[in-house]
Design a protein around this ligand. Structure first.
Ligand SMILES: [Zn+2]
Length: 235
């Protein structure tokens, strides 16, 4: 059977057989953004990083998990002064994500992790979360992937700050996971010098810790130890 972890790589037959056998226990839906990341880091950083963590987590928990196609655009109005940034209005994003969750539930999933890679999505999702939980009645969780890291992890960085927009952490992540996205010839050229402190070594250490902890989080969801509490309806 095809052990591929990305949903879009499966045929309908492979998906049907794996879901039918009871092998598939959870889906990850990566959410993020395509937006300016200073002069030195490619605009895809947020969705690529969320997708990277999601795929590594799914491989670690294979064959229980598939990764749905990432939502590559998020709520980025605050970056629109930099041309090239793409943004969705909050209401648009909530509708799209609601439809994607609905699709995953209709595909057979009861454990769904929205793995977020963009800070601007956090407050809007927190605002609607109780409505999603009431509507969908499944074990639905929203996790910005850096939430599993602590101040102790941040100590690894010269700036001791994470996540930070296009700063040392995101730049280190890029150097470790997709170095083509980091223009090391540009980072001295901008006012903000903190990104130049990034190293691929630190990036890989922080990626590995993130993958381990998100995998634990998702395995707890699968095992019934981490269950979203659906708020009560009005009597
Ligand atoms: Zn970012």
């Amino acid at each position: 059977m095809n052990g591929q972890v990305q949903l879009g790589k499966l045929t309908r037959r492979e998906f049907r057989q794996r879901m039918g056998s009871g092998e598939l226990k959870a889906a990850i839906l990566p959410l993020a953004a395509t937006e300016q990341h200073l002069e030195h880091l490619a605009m895809e950083h947020d969705w690529r990083s969320a997708q990277h963590i999601a795929v590594e987590v799914a491989l670690k928990l294979a064959p229980q998990v598939v990764v749905a196609e990432p939502l590559q655009v998020g709520i980025s109005e605050h970056h629109m002064s930099h041309p090239g940034t793409l943004t969705l209005q909050p209401g648009t994003m909530m509708v799209v994500v609601s439809d994607l969750i609905d699709s995953l539930i209709r595909g057979g999933f009861h454990n769904i992790l929205l793995l977020n890679g963009h800070g601007g999505n956090v407050a809007p999702f927190n605002n609607v979360w109780d409505q999603y939980l009431r509507k969908f009645q499944v074990n639905l969780q929203f996790l910005p992937y850096w939430d599993v890291l602590t101040q102790e992890d941040a100590e690894l960085l010269e700036t001791k700050v994470l996540p930070g927009h296009a700063q040392e952490f995101e730049t280190a992540f890029g150097l470790a996971a997709f170095p083509d996205n980091v223009r090391t010839d540009m980072w001295e050229d901008q006012d903000d010098k903190a990104p130049a402190l990034a190293t691929a070594e630190n990036g890989q250490i922080l990626i590995d810790r993130t993958v381990d902890r998100v995998a634990t989080y998702l395995q707890e969801m699968i095992d019934g130890q981490r269950v979203a509490e659906v708020p009560a309806f009005f009597p």
